[in-house]
Design a protein around this ligand. Structure first.
Ligand code: NCD
Length: 312
């Protein structure tokens, strides 16, 4: 029953692919794993004897540590490979790397890559379940799931909430996955940022686009700040740090415009003093560290549902 041909495989490539039920099933499963986090022994045997491979071709602190710990808490054997220090530096291709690691018969391969579509390609090269941990500016599904989970657990429900996503939407996979997930769960979404980074064309997805943060902030139930993705954009997209802070930074002054129960979110890493003031990032409305904690339960749920033998 454990041979590759008998295993139930389900990939997680994008939130766009999932329907509302599938998203809620993952959030509900995460809730049951959240309970495990409160125990003294934070480990369950769900993936005992199975292997999870983490393959990170791009910088990561939160996502890589979260997937590694999630796999360990499910009792899987974990192999974590970074492009620096591995044979990727010797010129080994992604396909050869994936096929080499697939020879260990992993239940799941987690992949982060700077290239759009990388996770989808990997799914064609391995019998393992493939989980997208970020493919260029395309999608970052587990980040959106942990964001949805955080909002749901703080607010009780997502439908009807007004969620404002601020910053570099154009180059952000976090924004894209969040937009799909939030709309599927019935939230109203407004995107705010410079017109170069938040073009009107996003309205085709069913969101509102605004370039005036001060008008939007007082109606927000949740604000989600994005880091400027300098590694992906050319200079002309960005107005300059001073100008950006003046128009789109969540400064202390702007923080006063928020409803008292508005949640402040950020996927990290934060540029303190740029997209968000330090006091607000560490303040009572911030759920930034809850997002990190919840990421663990979400990734346990995703690894369990994709990499386990039980029917989810
Ligand atoms: C995000 C990413 O890598 O897309 N970070 C994360 O996974 N927590 C956002 C970012 O790097 O700005």
């Amino acid at each position: 029953m454990t041979g590759p041909s008998h295993r139930l495989h389900r990939h997680l490539i994008s939130i766009e692919d999932l329907d509302r039920d599938a998203i809620e099933r993952i959030l509900d499963r995460a809730e049951s794993f959240d309970e495990v986090q409160g125990r003294e022994i934070k480990k369950v045997p769900a993936l005992r004897g199975r292997t999870v491979v983490n393959l990170f071709y791009e910088a990561s602190t939160r996502t890589s540590s979260s997937f590694e710990l999630a796999a360990k808490r499910l009792s899987a054997d974990v192999v974590s490979i970074r492009s620096t220090g591995s044979s990727v530096e010797k010129g080994e291709s992604l396909k050869d790397t994936v096929q080499t690691l697939s020879a260990y018969d992993p239940a799941a391969i987690v992949i982060r890559s700077p290239h759009v579509g990388a996770a989808q390609l990997v799914a064609g090269w391995t019998p393992a379940a493939v989980i997208n941990a970020g493919d260029g500016k395309h999608e970052h599904p587990t980040q959106a799931l942990l964001d949805l989970y955080t909002i749901r657990s703080k607010k009780g429900a997502i439908a009807g909430l007004h969620v404002v996503i601020i910053g570099d939407v154009l180059f952000s996979r976090v924004a894209r996955s969040n937009i799909f997930g939030l709309l599927k769960l019935g939230a109203r979404v407004t995107l705010v940022g410079p017109s170069t980074l938040v073009p009107r064309v996003f309205e085709k997805l069913g969101v509102t686009v605004s370039h005036k943060l001060d008008e939007v902030l007082p109606t927000a139930d949740v604000v989600n700040l994005l880091r400027i993705q300098h590694e992906r954009q050319r200079k002309e997209y960005f107005p300059g740090i001073g100008e950006y802070i003046r128009l789109f930074g969540l400064t202390k002054e702007r923080g006063k415009k928020l409803k008292p129960d508005c949640l402040i979110m950020h996927p990290g890493p934060i540029n303190r003093g740029v997209e968000i003031d330090s006091d607000l990032a560490d303040g009572a409305q911030s759920v930034i560290l809850d997002q990190v904690t919840n990421g663990l339960a979400i990734r346990m749920a995703v690894l369990y549902l994709c990499g386990g033998i039980a029917t989810p």
